[in-house]
Every structure is written in structure tokens, then in C-alpha cells.
Design a protein around this ligand. Structure first.
Ligand SMILES: [Fe+2]
Ligand SMILES: [Fe+2]
Length: 294
């Protein structure tokens, strides 16, 4: 069973004047005046979708930040671009902070208009997709803030996660847990930075520590540069895999390259592969997953 992991693709469209909320004024200056929009390119985004289709995974997990500013036009662009994947493979999508960028986008749950079918939320607050003996679970710690990009996992999701992992039917299943904000950083420290981190990462640690069944790995995005780390529980360690932005432009002088992960759950050990964009297309990471430090 092979699961493809994509994150932080950031399809972007400049806002219309009527869409310019205070937060989007700040965001648009950052994107279109400072130039951050050039960090993500359609050529790489298109190449990513072609690459995933060619890999033919058993399922796809997208861990948020489909858009830059939660605009309807951006979600429409993302949907059109992702359609070949959505048509071909079981897919679970969770939002990132850029997908609930404003109070309005969160209130209306705009992401659900075009992606609700792939968010697995029909049975509770935790996203879920079952494929064979694999279960993908997804959390949503995002909340809009004028400046901060931090997250907090709501209590109902922590309780929902605890209930799923305590269900006897989960014994023996392979589980991947997705959350946009990585709960630990590349050094294994809790990633609780006020402006960008998962503020209540310790609550997630405590929930998993108390669970009778633990995920095989935690999949995240948000920091754009990939890393492999570990969450330490009282009696176990859970791999944390942040594949890095899958929509990054090819900017080798800035050590930027788009990346995606492919995880093989066929054997007892988790198989981890990572593909990097090399200027022409996605290729296996030289030296093995996370060897390049990009
Ligand atoms: Fe992002
Ligand atoms: Fe993010």
C-alpha cells in the first residue's frame, strides 16, 4: 500500500478589489509586491500532478495550503489542477492556515465547497479515509489571525482522535495522521512557536501517549522545507514526516525545490521515499529521502 503525500502547493490568484480584506492587503503585498508569489509556479504544480498520476499510488494525502489567500478563484484553480488525481486515486485533503486565511473563509468553510467530498468529515470532526488496511486521519488546527500563522487542535478533534484510536476495529490497521502544522520541529522539539507553530502540540502528544493504537507516522507541511523527525511518547516514538512544499519554484540558489513523499506501508517498517523537482520534473531525492537537506 503506497500513499503519496503532497502539501503546501499554494495555487494563487491575485484578489479582486472587493476581496481585499485587511489580511489580504498584507498578504497581497507580501505575494505580489515583495514577490513571494514567484516562490510557487504553475509549471511545477502541473508537473507535480503528472508525477503523482504516473506514480499511481493507492491513495493520496494532501496536508493543506492548497491556496495562498483562500480565494474562491484559488480553490477553483486548485480543483481544476488536482482533478486528474481526484479522478484516479482515493484522496484525503485537510486544510492549511492559508485555506482558512480570513474569518469569512473560516466561517463559510469555503474549502468544503469544492473539496468537501475529499475531507472525510461525514462521521465526526476528524477527517478519515479507509483504504484496505490503511486509515488516513486528518486534523484541522487552523484559525485565521491577522498576522500569526499558528494553530491549535480543538478539543473536539482531540477527543475524536482518541475515540478512533481506542476503537477495537483499529487494532492491526496501518494509520497515517495528517496535520498541517508539524507538532515537532526538525530537531524533535515541540513546534509551539507563537507566530507559526502548533500551540497545543503537547495536547496532541498526550492524546497519542494515552492511545492504545498509534499512527505509523505523522504527516505535516507548513514550514515548506522538508524534514524527518520524531515525536517522543512515554513508550514509543512516532516518525514525523514533513515532505516540504510540493509547489515550490525551482530556485536552487535559494535551496528551494518542490518535494513530495511516497510512503510504503506494505512491510512491517514504514518505507519512506521522497521526490524533488530538479528543474525539469520530479525525481527520486539524490542519496535517499531527506538526504539533501532541502
Ligand atoms: Fe504553506
Ligand atoms: Fe501553512
Amino acid at each position: 500500500m503506497r500513499i503519496a503525500h503532497l502539501t503546501d502547493i499554494h495555487w494563487q490568484v491575485p484578489p479582486t478589489l472587493s476581496e481585499l480584506s485587511p489580511k489580504r492587503v498584507l498578504g497581497s503585498v507580501n505575494l505580489y509586491v515583495v514577490g513571494r508569489h514567484s516562490h510557487f509556479t504553475e509549471a511545477v504544480q502541473t508537473s507535480l500532478v503528472e508525477h503523482v498520476v504516473a506514480l499511481a499510488p493507492d491513495a493520496v494525502f494532501i496536508t493543506g495550503d492548497l491556496t495562498a489567500q483562500s480565494l474562491s478563484s484559488e480553490f477553483a484553480k486548485a480543483r481544476e489542477a488536482l482533478q486528474p488525481i481526484l479522478d484516479a486515486f482515493p484522496t484525503l485533503i485537510i486544510p492549511g492556515n492559508h485555506d482558512v486565511y480570513t474569518q469569512g473563509a473560516q466561517r463559510s468553510q469555503r474549502i468544503r465547497e469544492l473539496f468537501g467530498e475529499w475531507m472525510g468529515l461525514s462521521e465526526g470532526p476528524v477527517g478519515r479515509l479507509d483504504i484496505g488496511n490503511v486509515t488516513l486521519l486528518g486534523l484541522d488546527p487552523n484559525r485565521p489571525h491577522l498576522i500569526h500563522a499558528s494553530g491549535v487542535v480543538p478539543n473536539d478533534q482531540l477527543a475524536g482522535l482518541a475515540a478512533i484510536l481506542a476503537d477495537p476495529s483499529m487494532q492491526g490497521r496501518r494509520i497515517l495522521l495528517g496535520i498541517h502544522h508539524p507538532p515537532v520541529d526538525r530537531h524533535g522539539e515541540l513546534y509551539t512557536r507563537t507566530h507559526h507553530g502548533l500551540i497545543n502540540a503537547q495536547d496532541l502528544v498526550d492524546t497519542l501517549d494515552a492511545a492504545p493504537v498509534r499512527p505509523d507516522a505523522i504527516l505535516s507541511g507548513h514550514v515548506h522545507h522538508g524534514f524527518r523527525s520524531e515525536m517522543v511518547l512515554s513508550d514509543a516514538k512516532i516518525p514525523v514526516l514533513d515532505c516540504g512544499s510540493s509547489g515550490y519554484a525551482w530556485l536552487p540558489e535559494q535551496k528551494r525545490a518542490a518535494a513530495m513523499g511516497l510512503y510504503d506501508l506494505s512491510g512491517q517498517d514504514l518505507g519512506v521515499s521522497r521526490y524533488l523537482h530538479d528543474g525539469t520534473g520530479f525525481a527520486p531525492e539524490p542519496g535517499g529521502a531527506f538526504a539533501t537537506g532541502r
